[in-house]
Design a protein around this ligand. Structure first.
Ligand code: GUN
Ligand code: ZN
Length: 495
């Protein structure tokens, strides 16, 4: 279709975007959540999703309509929008999910795309093959080749003003995911779901999810709108958004509600474990924990589904606000404390700091140092790279304290953990206006030492002295030999 996605604001690789969906006549603001609607179950009516929860889009499965005589005829006659009674954008999946669950389906990409067009879908999906994690490389390559043949079919399909997705597969092979992303972005297709992550999510393998998404994003580039297929738990939205995922879909809100599971941004709780509800949505305020438990089964399920959606959409709004103010990584840092596997995911995200740095704006709100992981944020990596380009006087003294010990240094630079050396004319620019704790921890000092090493390595002719009050000896030992260590107090060389 051409240009349907515009970026408005960015933070790390996360962004606020506008996705225009021509067939629906709407533009939706991303990141957003597409609630999953199963026509056979009416947990929360689509109209209510739009009016009460502000859902701008939903996702349903065309294969279910196709396979039900009843629904097939009604969908063809009335169109999905009237049948479901939903005013926003309707995204349809193709049956690939059934393919993954049951091994076989009885439609081709051509047939199911035609069907999606005929029932009035706004965003249609070809029959990609959701290759599971950890399969042999041969299988991952062969199935990816089949998926890409189907993307080629989809690319030449007469879709009219319907958008069509290009799912990115490749199992847990980063190079396959990246190459798949590159090729998907080179088609004329419109929206780019990262597929087959559900098994990883189910096993809490968030670090692997991060590596898979980061690889796909490297191939796709920043301009592509990205859907994280099957990611519906609000605990991980911030992490995924920080990688540059724009769309999420949630069946979790309804599936969890069925067995009394209550979603929070810190994980899932069973209603029976809760005396107090950590939520101020209308459901929780009106009923309280005991009141919810006392509801008859069907009403309790609907109430829990509504709460689950409220927390999910609230988290999406929180993420958008964080992107606007430049605090998305601080939100991810907070969420990472919810579960050890989330911490793994956050650390895996920081392993990709250089990749995040490419899209991260050069200036944003104050950098808050809130954890040891903060020392590995892309802003720190960027400052280290910047040290490459700084001109350095012939002799300088790096200080954490106020004064150089002698005046035979031409200039005094401050050392700001976790960033490292900072010339005074930069000290008022982002991110060096950071709020950092007054007791820097070891990772912050190590990151600062790394910055010192890089500076010295790049300016071999400069004479560099370093004041290092409180720095551990083994960290100091990592510095190049040509750094003169001068203790802030006794002003003598201590190495
Ligand atoms: N839903 C969850 N994962 C997938 C996937 O990989 N492909 C499709 N089409 N739908 C999905
Ligand atoms: Zn609630």
């Amino acid at each position: 279709m051409g240009q349907v996605f515009e970026l408005q604001a960015a933070d790390a690789a996360g962004r606020i975007g506008e996705l225009t969906v021509p067939r629906a006549g709407v533009t939706i603001e991303t990141p957003t959540l597409l609630p999953v609607i199963n026509p056979h179950l009416d947990t929360i009516a689509p109209r209510r999703l739009a009016d009460e929860f502000g859902a701008e889009a939903l996702i349903t499965n065309a294969y279910i309509f196709h396979g039900s005589e009843d629904y097939r005829e009604r969908a063809l006659a009335e169109g999905l929008h009237d049948l479901l009674d939903f005013p926003g954008a309707i995204v349809t999946d193709s049956g690939s999910f059934q393919l993954a669950e049951y091994g076989e389906i009885d439609v081709t990409t051509e047939e199911i795309l035609q069907f999606q067009r005929d029932i009035g879908s706004d965003v249609a999906t070809p029959v990609d093959i959701p290759t599971p994690p950890d399969v042999s490389r041969e299988r991952a390559e062969a199935e990816l080749a089949t998926t890409e043949e189907r993307l080629a079919v989809a690319d030449s399909f007469e879709a009219g003003d319907m958008l069509v997705t290009a799912p990115v597969q490749g199992s847990t092979y980063p190079d396959l995911r990246e190459a798949a992303g590159t090729r998907a972005a080179s088609t004329g297709l419109d929206v780019f779901p990262v597929g087959a992550v559900v098994p990883l999510l189910n096993e809490y393998r968030y670090a692997d999810v991060v590596d898979v998404v980061a690889a796909a994003k490297r191939g796709l580039g920043p301009a592509a709108p990205v859907h994280l297929f099957g990611a519906g738990h609000p605990m991980m939205f911030a992490l995924a958004a920080a990688l540059g995922c724009d769309l999420f879909d949630s069946a979790a809100y309804a599936i969890y509600a069925r067995d009394d599971r209550y979603l929070t941004v810190r994980g899932t709780r069973h209603l029976d474990e809760l005396d107090h509800l950590p939520c101020s949505c209308p459901i929780c305020v009106d009923h309280g924990a005991a009141g919810l438990r006392d509801l008859p089964d069907d009403r309790r399920e609907t109430a829990l589904a509504a709460h689950n959606l409220h927390v999910s959409f609230a988290e999406i709004r929180r993420i958008k606000a964080a992107i606007r103010e430049g605090s998305l990584l601080e939100l991810v840092d907070e969420r990472a404390r919810s579960h050890p596997a989330m911490l793994d995911g956050y650390r895996a995200l920081l392993d990709h700091a250089d990749q995040l740095e490419r899209d991260d704006p050069a200036s944003k709100g104050t950098f808050f140092y809130t954890s040891a992981e903060s020392a590995r944020r892309p802003e720190v990596a960027r400052h280290h790279d910047r040290l490459d380009r700084l001109s350095v006087p012939d002799s300088l003294f790096l200080t954490e304290g106020p004064d150089p010990p002698t005046d035979d240094y031409e200039e005094t630079w401050r050392v700001v953990p976790p960033f490292g050396p900072v010339p005074s004319d930069l000290s008022r620019t982002y991110p060096l206006t950071a709020e950092v704790p007054t007791r820097p921890d070891r990772p912050a000092i190590e990151a600062a030492a790394d910055g010192v090493s890089r500076l010295v390595a790049r300016h071999p002719d400069a004479r560099v002295g370093l004041g290092h009050r409180g720095w551990p000896a083994d960290v100091l030992a990592t510095l190049p030999d040509d750094v003169e260590l001068i203790d802030g107090d006794d002003r003598g060389r201590t190495r």
